[in-house]
Design a protein around this ligand. Sequence first.
Ligand code: FES
Ligand code: FES
Length: 155
Amino acid sequence: MVDTQTVEIAISVNGCDRRLSVEPSDLLIDVLRDRLSLKGTKRSCDVEVCGACTVLVDRLPVSSCTTLAVDVDGRSLTTVEGLDENGRLSRVQQAFVDHAAMQCGFCTPGMVLATTALLEINPKPSEAEIRHFLRGNICRCTGYIKILEAVKSLV
Ligand code: FES
Ligand code: FES
């Protein structure tokens, strides 16, 4: 019989303090989706290539598919569910809607979170800087033009 060790972690998720018992091998994406029911975080490649699983850890984008839950102990996380401002879409979310910067929407949570982080670091990015920052987020639908237009509208 395998003796499973669990580890207690304390994290802030979308402004709520959570204490969880996790296994050392538990991935952050599984904890968010399966334990906390935050299904906005998407799983696609599972190898840190597509950006669908992006969440913010201490306001910076991280691939939750390759991050261990134990490694975010004590950190502050934001998922797409935590972006709304008093029940309204954040300005980044609204810009994506206004510019039809989504088709299937699968990449959108990751794109929106990465864009949110970018604009906090650099409120006036050039197009080249936007393209560079979002290079880790793959969209299979839009051809990126609408996404770029949405982000540029916020600058
Ligand atoms: S599912 Fe994590 S980067 Fe693709
Ligand atoms: S809108 Fe479908 S993958 Fe980006």
